[in-house]
Structure formats: C-alpha cells, structure tokens
Design a protein around this ligand. Structure first.
Ligand code: FAD
Length: 462
C-alpha cells in the first residue's frame, strides 16, 4: 500500500490570539507561509479592551514553548514573578504560601495584550506570516477546502482556498461550530454556575505596588473568592469569582449599598485600594466560565487547537499554557512525520486530548482548593508533607501543583499520579495535626513503603 505524502507550503490559521500567533511563528520558522485571519482590530495599533483577563499566569509549559521559538528573552521584561499565594483572611491577616520549594519554582504574571503583541511582531519578523485583522470567519466548505470571511471594514464577504486550516479561534470557535453543524464533532459545553468580574487596584501615588508585588493574592471565602495579579505599571488586576445566583452572588448585588456592604464585610483590607469599585463592578462585564470538550478535534484538512478544542476554567492558570503545549505537539508530530501532513491531525489529537481533559478536570478541582481548601489547616499540613517527600524522593514524589506548573509531566500523568499521592498524603497525615513539625514527626519508613509501593520514578518529561 502506498502512503500519501502531503507537504503543504501554505497554512491558514483562524484567530490571532495567543495560540494562533505562537503557532504562526513555529510554522514560519519551519519555512511555511502562514496567513492568519482575526476578527478583532490589531491591539498593536488600536487600543481595544483585552477582552478577558488583562493579565495571565505564565508557567513552565508556556515558557518551554516560548523558549523553543526563541522569544523568551523578549518576554522576560514583561514578567512579574509570583512566588506563592498571599492569602488574605477576613480580618486582614496575611499569609504567604509558597508555590514550590526551589527558587526557580515561581509563576509569572504577564499582560495578555503585551504577550500577544510581541508574538505577532515576531511572527511578522519571519517574513512568512500575514495577518488580516477585522476579518471574521463565517463558514467552511471542508470538501472544497474553501472558507468565507467577512471583511468587517468593508462588509464584503471574501472566499479563500486553503490547503490546511487551523482553528485557533478561542472558546467560542466558529471553526468548531462549522464542524459541529456538519455532525463531524460532538461538543460538550459545561457552563460553571459561577462567573467573574474584573476590578482594579491602581498603582500608588509614586507608581508603587499597593499590595505585595511578587505574589498571586487570594481572598478565599469558601463559596467565592477574589484574586489579584500584579501588572508592570504598579496596578493589580483583581478578579472576583462568585456564584451567579444565591445568597452571595452576582445576582444578589444590585445596588451600590449592597456592593459597599459586601466589600466592607468580606474584603475590608482591599476595599480602600479599589477607588473605582462601584464603577468597575457595575460597568465591567460579568464573564462566564466553562469547560468545552469535543470528541473530534479535526475533520479533513482542518484542526482545532487551543481554547477552540478545549476551553477550561481558569483556576489552574493553564489555558494559555496548555494551548502553547498544543503548538509544541503539532511541531513534534511534524518532525516525526518528516513534515507529512497526512495523518498529522490524528496524531496531534491522540497526543493532546487526554491531556486537555486532565487539565480541564484539575482546573475545576483547583477552584475548590483556591476558594476553600486553603483555609483548612489539614491542607497546609499535607502541603508541607508533600514538600518533605519531594525533597527526599524528588524523582518519584512531586506535588501535583508542581508537576502541572513547574514540570512538563503530561497533564494526564500528573492527574493520575496526583490521585495516588493524595491517598499517600491522607494516610501519612492521619496521626499528625496542623501544628506538627513535619520534619521530625513524619514516619519516613512508612512514607517510603507507600511511595515505592505505588509510584514509579518519573521517567521522562516529554
Ligand atoms: P483566544 O485567546 O480566545 O484567541 C482566539 C482569537 O480568535 C481571538 O483573538 C478572537 O478574536 C479570534 N476569533 C474568534 N472568533 C473568530 C472568527 N470567527 N474569525 C476570526 N477570528 C476569530 N490561561 C493561562 O494559561 N493562565 C492564566 O492565568 C489564565 N487566566 C485566565 C483568566 C480568565 C478570567 C480567563 C477567562 C482565562 C484565563 N486563561 C489563563 C485562559 C486563556 O485566556 C486562554 O486559554 C487563552 O487565551 C487561549 O488562547 P487561544 O488563542 O486558544 O484563544
């Protein structure tokens, strides 16, 4: 049987967001001509709202991809390291909880607009990438390899041919919609019954940070929470996550008095630092959150990537990082197939879908951890035990958060190992309480038996 070898020279990408722009650089660096269609104006030329989340947490997986395309040195000046979570209780007491235990185990706050602009610049610098802004995908004829975009400047609908098309058009993907309409994929979309609202703590009078700079701040309040990430201009972008309905919910806060009262009661230490609270709260949109999974990521010469294939809730700070890993996977598959695109998309889906599902689940679990578990002394005890075990058996026991954020262990493996580890931690902390000194109290022989009996060393991280 002869195998078809397909080596296109031109690739079309829909969506010039984080993933589409990075994918364009990768492909251009391997000699492909790339054309990208983006519905929004170019944020480098027109000031437009970032859409959602003004800043994001960048972690190891994202950094790995940015290093591969050689832009990390340019990204570094945009980054603010966050060493851990700064927990704010209702009385205003602070507690910094480290994310990792090595100096390099930090995550970074980065501006969405800054990062995407940089990626677009680098893509254009290759001389092989062309962006068409204000062009919105309308439809795809998969058999004829044609698609239609509306030029939003002129209102004219243009038809274009494609060899291969990548749908990097985000959680509301029109590419995915076109596949779904044909019955070529089934899509499950689980909307969370909690939403979010962005608020701002501006810089102080001297341009100073009004909260501790190098942390991700959390106000965990059980059923809801607020978080804050630093920006280079000294401000913090705050995100309030709350149920949509119920006693404490977005629905329940309708007036300025209710809002003031709510913040006085639950976020008193930060309220005075949000001068535009009323305006921001009532003027800023309430953002919905959800998980999108689809059983087929590709049809004929079209594939979904990034949020278009797997939108997740933001509580692990991994959506972009996961999308960047998709780009790495595409390039690895291309390398292995010697740039034969026939069968490429099956390979990519096989490599990524199980991992995307795992990070989707871990992200949902992390919401409970951030808003509630961090208030539980047992949670902190387990965290200290986990660090002690990692110090002793660094090849075999790595806390799940660290596997996800600081390593390249595939998400599905991190998820599976995390479950085994949770069981081990449960058993080890049975005879201890939150105040115990873990180093002296931990039964290391038992720990070794439990670890060696159920976990093998992590062999290879990619
Ligand atoms: P997008 O960034 O959504 O880009 C898609 C692009 O396609 C957009 O520019 C859009 O305009 C364009 N487009 C859409 N439809 C069309 C069309 N029909 N025609 C042409 N163009 C189109 N991730 C992290 O890693 N760390 C975090 O800390 C983090 N925090 C988050 C906080 C919040 C509140 C939210 C909502 C998300 C967060 N994420 C985070 C997730 C992250 O934002 C996404 O995973 C990431 O933006 C996905 O990139 P993408 O390129 O796939 O999609």
């Amino acid at each position: 049987m002869t195998q078809t070898i397909e080596s296109p020279r031109h690739i079309t990408i829909i969506g010039a967001g984080l993933v589409g722009s990075l994918q364009a650089i990768y492909l251009a660096q391997r000699g492909y001509q790339v054309t990208v269609f983006e519905q929004l104006p170019d944020i480098r030329k027109e000031a437009i709202a970032a859409g959602r989340s003004i800043n994001l947490a960048l972690a190891n997986r994202g950094i790995h991809a940015l290093e591969e395309v050689g832009v990390m040195d340019l990204v570094k000046p945009l980054l603010i390291p966050m060493k851990g979570r700064m927990l704010h209780d209702e009385a205003g007491n602070l507690q910094l909880q480290s994310y990792g235990q090595k100096p390099e185990e930090v995550i970074y706050s980065v501006s969405r607009a800054g990062l995407v602009s940089l990626l677009r610049d680098k893509a254009e610098d290759t001389g092989l990438v062309t962006f068409h802004f204000k062009h919105e995908l309308r439809s795809i004829e998969f058999n004829r390899q044609r698609f239609e975009v509306e030029n939003l400047l002129t209102g004219v609908t243009e038809a274009h041919d494609f060899e291969y098309l990548m749908g990097a058009d985000g959680g509301g993907s029109q590419v995915r919609e076109c596949m779904k309409t044909l019955g070529e994929t089934e899509v499950s979309s689980e909307l969370l019954d909690h939403s979010y609202k962005e608020l701002t703590v501006p810089a102080g009078a001297e341009g100073d940070f009004q909260l501790y700079k190098e942390a991700l701040h959390i106000w965990p309040r059980g059923e809801y929470m607020m978080i804050g990430l630093p920006n280079p201009d000294g401000s913090f972008t705050m995100t309030l996550f709350m149920p949509n309905k119920g006693k404490v919910s977005f629905e329940a806060i309708e007036t300025t008095t209710q809002l003031e009262q709510f913040f006085d009661e639950h976020f008193a230490d930060v309220k005075a630092l949000i001068p535009d609270l009323t305006h921001d709260y009532f003027a800023n949109p309430t953002g919905y959150l959800g998980t999108i999974r689809c059983n087929d990521w590709h049809h004929k010469n079209v594939i979904l990537t990034g949020d278009a294939a797997h939108a997740i809730v933001p509580f692990h700070g991994q959506g972009m990082n996961c999308g960047f890993e998709d780009c790495v996977a595409v390039m690895e598959a291309l390398e292995h197939s010697n740039h034969n695109w026939s069968g490429l998309f099956e390979t990519v889906q096989l490599a990524r879908q199980v991992n995307a599902n795992a990070i989707a689940d871990m992200s949902l679990e992390n919401y409970v951890e951030m808003r509630a578990s961090v208030n539980d002394p047992q949670f902190h005890l387990k965290k200290r035990i986990a660090f002690a075990l990692e110090k002793r058996w660094p090849e075999t026991f790595i806390p799940r958060y660290s596997m996800v954020m600081f390593h390249l262990v595939p998400y599905a493996e991190a998820y599976a190992r995390g479950r085994v580890q949770a069981h081990i931690l449960e058993r080890l902390c049975q005879d201890m309480d939150g105040e115990d000194d873990v180093e002296s109290m931990l039964d290391l022989e038992r720990a070794e038996r439990l670890i060696k009996g159920s976990l093998s060393p992590i062999v290879q991280e990619h």
